[in-house]
Design a binder for this molecule. Structure first.
Ligand code: NOJ
Length: 540
């Protein structure tokens, strides 16, 4: 089995991980200081959100130079030293590549605005509609809200599926294709082990950029001329060939919000990408039947192309798991409009959410394939929903006309130690780039490190056992169990997940290896709890 087929990957949102320089912004120096924390946690690899020079119109997903390092985060030399240190510590490193759009500050867009011959062809520039060209060229909406087109001084329009400062690239242009293959090689030559591909389903647009007529469509799964076009696969065949120029082969993980797992599997054909995030898992409510359906569907689809399923419960774009599980559980949960505008009015029971999140983590880590942990998940952090409006940074807030508060609440700087801000995030008292809440000290790494009941200790124990017991344990075999419970065997181990509010009986002849809640016994599985059982044979 190759490393990426069963790895646990820890997502480092670098701006909020650890600040080494003392300016209130996370950086490479801070990350290097905490490598020991990550190896002790027991993960196999890191995925680092974009660390390239960027005006930060969308927290680094507006890249001005794909082969440099954002000065707030450090230097290219520091990045290279970090890569060497991470490798020496046994960690693989995956970077984030953003091929759908550049920053408006990228040299190509500057050339396009300056009217350099041919420069606009690398983007989607069009004349407007209406008698004076005053209307956008089509009806597409930006994912962040408002039209997906902006007009420049000479009257022409350019396409941006996200913020106006993120112009979409034209992937029909040969220079665009060549440039990105060179960017891949630039980082692969420096030892980077792979890339997470941002908006992997967005690069190719339907010819003629036809109207879509309804909605914005990135997350709702409906067909859209900007998303999941067949032409995108040719690009990834080229990227796979680049990855194969290296030994060991470099790997890719796709961020692709597509209609169903069948469409997702197309990205994972043997000559395309290696893995793709399974977002249905994080969208599923805390209900056994839904979780089982999603798991079955994902495993079956991945198996059709020989790829490992890739489980994700949380990332920098969605409401943190603790908070998603802290309210009533509608059929579909995701960090979009619906969730933030309406559902967030319900009071959140974070203790319940945390209890379910602990149980969800043990489910996630028992499934075959790869698993991603978003920084702070291992501390049981909840979404910080109350932030002063003037401090919000996510462009979603302004672009939605201040109706959708956006994603800042899952991007708060991590608490490391102490009882007052910045909770060890920065080496000295300083205002962090997003404010930390007053209770953050109780969730800090130092507060949890030696507490056997902490979320952190649960993750450490789970990752240790996963390495020795689950890895390579074979496929899931579902077991009979009461309604609201999910139970499966893989090899010598079983995983029982109780998503109900009542206790259920565990099978006889089983030994509990790990439980997400301390009240589990050899015979009883409490509400909202998962146990891992050593169970050579099961009798109910
Ligand atoms: C997906 C990224 O995860 C998100 O943070 C970003 O805003 C969009 N892509 C646009 O790059």
């Amino acid at each position: 089995m190759r490393w990426w087929q069963s790895a646990v990957v820890y997502q480092v949102y670098i701006r909020s991980f650890a600040d080494g320089s003392g300016d209130g912004i996370g950086d490479i120096a801070g990350l290097r200081d905490r490598l020991g924390y990550l190896t002790e946690l027991g993960v196999d690899a890191l995925w680092i959100n974009p660390w390239y020079p960027s005006p930060q119109a969308d927290a680094g997903y507006d890249v001005a130079d794909y082969c440099g390092i954002e000065p707030d985060y450090g230097t290219l030399q520091q990045a290279q030293d970090f890569l060497a240190e991470a490798h020496a510590a046994g960690l693989r490193v995956i970077l984030d590549i953003v091929p759908n759009h550049t920053s408006a500050a990228h040299r190509w867009f500057a050339a396009a605005l300056a009217g350099e011959p041919g420069a606009r062809d690398r983007y989607h520039f069009r004349a407007g509609r209406g008698d004076r060209g005053q209307l956008p060229p089509n009806d597409w909406q930006s994912v962040f809200g408002g039209p997906a087109w902006s007009r420049i001084a000479d009257g022409s329009w350019y396409l941006h599926l996200f913020a106006p400062a993120q112009p979409d690239l034209n992937w029909d242009h040969p220079q665009v294709r060549r440039e990105f293959e060179d960017v891949l090689r630039f980082w692969f030559d420096r030892g980077v082990d792979g890339f997470r591909i941002d908006v992997a389903h967005g690069l190719v647009k339907a010819p003629g950029l036809p109207d879509r007529d309804t909605g914005l469509g990135m997350l709702d799964g409906a067909a859209h001329p900007a998303w999941d076009q067949d032409g995108v696969h040719e690009i990834y065949r080229g990227w796979r060939a680049v990855a194969r120029e290296y030994d060991p082969e470099r790997v890719f993980i796709a961020e692709a919000w597509v209609a169903d797992s069948g469409r997702l599997a197309r990205y994972l054909r043997p000559d395309e990408l290696h893995t793709a995030f399974q977002f249905d898992f994080l969208r599923a409510p805390w209900r056994a039947a839904s979780l089982r359906e999603v798991a079955d569907d994902a495993m079956a689809a991945a198996a059709t192309v020989g790829a490992p399923p890739t489980w994700v419960l949380s990332n920098h774009d969605v409401t943190r798991t603790v908070t998603r599980y802290a309210r009533s559980q509608p059929d579909h949960l995701v960090g979009t409009d619906w969730e933030r505008k309406r559902w967030t009015r319900e009071p959140a029971d974070h203790d319940l959410g945390r209890r379910r999140a602990r149980a969800g983590a043990l489910l996630q880590l028992a499934l075959p394939g790869t698993a991603y942990i978003y920084q702070g998940e291992e501390l049981g952090l909840e979404e910080i929903e109350q932030l002063p409006d003037e401090l919000r940074r996510d462009p979603t807030f302004a672009q939605s006309g201040f109706t959708d508060v956006g994603r800042d609440g899952c991007r708060i700087p991590l608490p490391w130690s102490g009882a007052a801000a910045p909770y060890g995030f920065s080496p000295a008292p300083v205002t962090t780039w997003l404010p930390q809440p007053p209770h953050w000290g109780s969730r800090a790494v130092a507060a949890q490190h030696d507490d056997p009941a902490s979320v952190l200790q649960l993750y450490r124990a789970a990752l240790r056992l996963r390495r020795t017991h689950w890895r390579g344990a074979g496929p899931v075999r579902w077991l009979d169990c009461p309604p609201g419970v999910l139970a499966f065997r893989r090899g010598e181990l079983c995983c029982w997940v109780n998503t109900t509010g009542r206790e259920v009986a565990l099978p006889k002849n089983a030994t509990v290896l790990l439980a997400s809640h301390s009240t589990a016994t050899e015979t009883r599985l409490p509400p909202d709890t998962t146990v891992w059982l050593a169970a050579p044979e099961i009798s109910l």
